[in-house]
Design a protein around this ligand. Structure first.
Ligand code: HSE
Length: 305
């Protein structure tokens, strides 16, 4: 069994490089089958929306793992228990990729190291900010390592980002989906120097705010000019929910991953008010949303049995 946490990527200015694992989980069990066709059993909310054939993302990752090690893909029964909402910006695809790769590695006797699994996961997802915290847990910053000579391969350097215990994530998950592909299509190809400087400064400020719990740094550091200004139009009620969260005492509110879930960072004593305010604001726009106070997952993906 592989238990993989959902994630919140970007956290404002950390587009495609910063993400944190949250206390919501998908579970994947791959068992060797005698022979025959792939069997997929999915349980949990939205189970009927998960592909139950070879196009299943966790299964595709499992296949990629066997391609990587140069062995035939064994016949398996795949059981998935869903706890991370689908296509909501909480890293459900990353859980599937990490789940499929780790299940393959476990069944094959562990030929790949964690670093190799991570490189493969990043290549499959296309960006590191969900798969890295899903695999390792905590809040993580990923930076590409530029080859210094033409003999070197490009790779990734990952660092952990300290997250002060007083910072509580509140998530508001609306009852509509937004595909990452759709949310990436609205982004410009190029940005101005002013926007690049803005995001560099704000990401630095955010990381110091996360480490220290300094509310002023968090409040300023959650601003972004790379993706949120373009994506918020895809999320009806964004402005109203943000105003409600800030009025209720949140330091800031951002789009979780590619959306549509919205993430507020708050002090513990404000968390109940912010949770209610975000749900109410969306309800007033005619949108049903589930809100929850979550914690950071520090373990990442866990393989058992
Ligand atoms: N960084 C990605 C995005 C996360 O915002 O498009 C979504 O998977």
């Amino acid at each position: 069994m592989v238990k993989v946490p959902g994630t919140t990527a970007n956290i404002g200015p950390g587009f495609d490089c910063l993400g944190a694992a949250l206390s919501v989980y998908n579970r994947f069990r791959f068992s060797l089958a005698e022979s025959g066709k792939l069997q997929v059993k999915v349980t949990g909310a939205e189970a009927d929306r998960v592909k139950a054939d070879e196009s299943n993302l966790a299964y595709q990752a499992f296949v990629k793992f066997y391609e990587k090690i140069g062995q035939n893909v064994p016949d398996v029964v795949m059981e998935i228990s869903l706890g991370v909402p689908l296509a909501r910006g909480l890293g459900s695809s990353a859980t599937a990729i990490v789940g499929g790769l780790l299940a393959g590695n476990a069944l094959a006797g562990g030929p790949l190291s964690q670093a190799e699994v991570m490189e493969l996961a990043i290549a499959l997802e296309g960006h590191p900010d969900n798969v890295v915290p899903a695999l390792l847990g905590g809040c993580r910053l990923s930076a590409s390592v530029e080859p210094q000579t033409n003999k070197e391969k490009s790779s990734w350097q990952i660092c952990d980002i300290p997250w002060h215990q007083d910072i509580i994530p509140v998530i508001a998950i609306p009852d509509f989906e937004l595909s990452t592909a759709e949310a990436r299509k609205v982004l410009p190809q190029e940005y101005s120097r002013a926007d690049a400087i803005f995001n560099g400064a704000h990401l630095g400020m955010l990381l110091r705010g996360l480490a220290t719990g300094n509310g002023d740094w968090l409040r300023v550091g959650m601003s972004d000019r790379i993706h949120q200004p373009y994506r918020k139009a895809l999320i009806p009620g964004y402005d109203a929910v943000q105003t409600a969260a800030l009025d209720a005492g949140a330091w800031g509110m951002v789009i979780s991953g590619a959306g549509p879930t919205l993430l507020a960072l708050v002090a513990a004593k404000q968390a109940p008010d912010v949770t209610i305010a975000m749900a109410t604001a969306w309800q007033q726009q005619g949108i049903t949303a589930r809100t929850a106070t979550v914690t950071l997952d520090s373990q990442g993906a866990v393989v058992s049995e």
